[in-house]
Design a protein around this ligand. Structure first.
Ligand code: SAH
Length: 341
């Protein structure tokens, strides 16, 4: 049976007219779905007759909270959500001055194989549906009792490897009848699936594109990110420039500093040359050590030095503040540790 949350607003209108109903019902139903109702009976402004009709022809998907960890330091909240098929995914809610941000997963597992990442170790199980991506926001809002204003698609999975569902999700998250989250408040992070970056540019949605770059040259990037064997840095940067031209949105580059791999002054200079003249921002992240891998982060002093070197070279850069340190908030590890997977 069709999950109503997998339909875009226009498709929901068509679905209802197909049932012989008026189009405006879509507005009511879309709004109820966004509030996290789990049965049609909760839709109190809809006739019993229509509710019964819907019951027979459609499904409302839901997520169960399998585990919830709340940071005592900064309130960062990490959910392990259980999907209807028993698979688990992670979502993290972070509290910033500018609003409440959720980091959502786009796939169950990941097949990109980045060497430092916990989410990819078991490979990809399947793509998430657009409804399952949306549900992470809906059920986190419901549980927290507060509105989420920003989304980062930076959880488990490679969003550009699940392109059509992610685009559908973006449309629905933005829809004013539902969660109503502005595209400018949404970031999508990719390891660099180049052809899909062009496709995303064509969609012309003013979301922020975040590139997990992590290396200033091909030999380093080849050694830590298999995607680089397919699409070299030069092609990736070219695609970013096209994205920038289309959307006028500043590109964000993620750079996880890994001790002895990509963290020297020369690496900083090379990175500066690569990005010079581009409207962008570099987010420096201390690499998070995972037990399955040997990578470790440099010390605080080295991280600060790397950032300063970029700034001195005229590159816009900041060190990402770590949130939820006490609950291991970075993604992929909770799912790996859960017994259900
Ligand atoms: N597949 C997408 C989004 C998910 S990963 C992507 O690659 O961008 C989200 C971010 O976390 C990426 O920048 C990724 O490179 C980074 N990341 C993964 N494992 C990490 C680790 N152990 N330490 C620091 N950053 C990590």
């Amino acid at each position: 049976m069709i999950d109503l949350k997998d339909l875009e607003y226009g498709e929901l209108c068509d679905f209802l007219t197909g049932l012989g109903e008026a189009k405006f019902r879509a507005k009511q139903i879309f709004s109820w779905l966004s509030k996290g109702v789990v049965s049609f009976d909760e839709m109190t402004d809809i006739s019993k007759e229509l509710r019964e009709k819907l019951e027979k022809s459609a499904h409302i998907s839901r997520l169960e909270i399998e585990k919830k960890l709340v940071s005592k330091i900064d309130k960062t909240t990490k959910y392990l959500f259980c999907l209807e098929d028993g698979n688990c995914i992670e979502s993290v809610v972070m509290y910033y001055k500018h609003g409440v941000t959720i980091c959502v997963s786009s796939q169950i597992g990941c097949r990109m194989g980045c060497r430092f990442c916990a989410s990819t170790i078991g490979g990809r199980v399947r793509n998430l549906t657009s409804g399952e991506i949306l549900n992470q926001i809906i059920f986190a809002e419901k549980d927290l009792g507060e509105r989420i204003s920003n989304i980062v698609i930076m959880g488990i999975g490679e969003p550009l490897d699940n392109f059509s569902n992610v685009i559908k999700f973006l449309h629905n998250a933005n829809n004013p009848n539902g969660l109503n989250i502005g595209y400018r408040h949404i970031s999508l992070s990719t390891c660099g699936v180049v052809p899909k970056i062009y496709e995303l540019a064509e969609q012309n949605l003013p979301i922020t594109l975040s590139i997990s770059l992590h290396a200033p040259d091909d030999s380093i990037r080849d050694s830590i990110m298999p995607i680089n064997h397919k699409y070299k840095i030069e092609e990736l940067i070219k695609a970013c420039k096209e994205y920038l031209k289309r959307t006028k949105r500043r590109i964000s580059f993620e750079y996880a500093l890994i001790s002895g791999v990509n963290d020297t002054a020369e690496n900083a200079d090379e990175l500066s040359r690569l990005l010079s003249g581009m409207l962008c921002h570099v987010n420096i992240i201390p690499v998070n050590s995972i037990k399955e891998r040997e990578y470790v982060s440099g010390d605080k002093e080295n991280i600060r030095k790397f950032c300063e070197r970029l700034l001195k070279n005229g590159i816009n850069a900041t060190v990402r503040r770590e949130l939820g340190r006490d609950i291991n908030a970075s993604c992929g590890q909770l799912r790996r540790n859960s017994t259900k997977q």
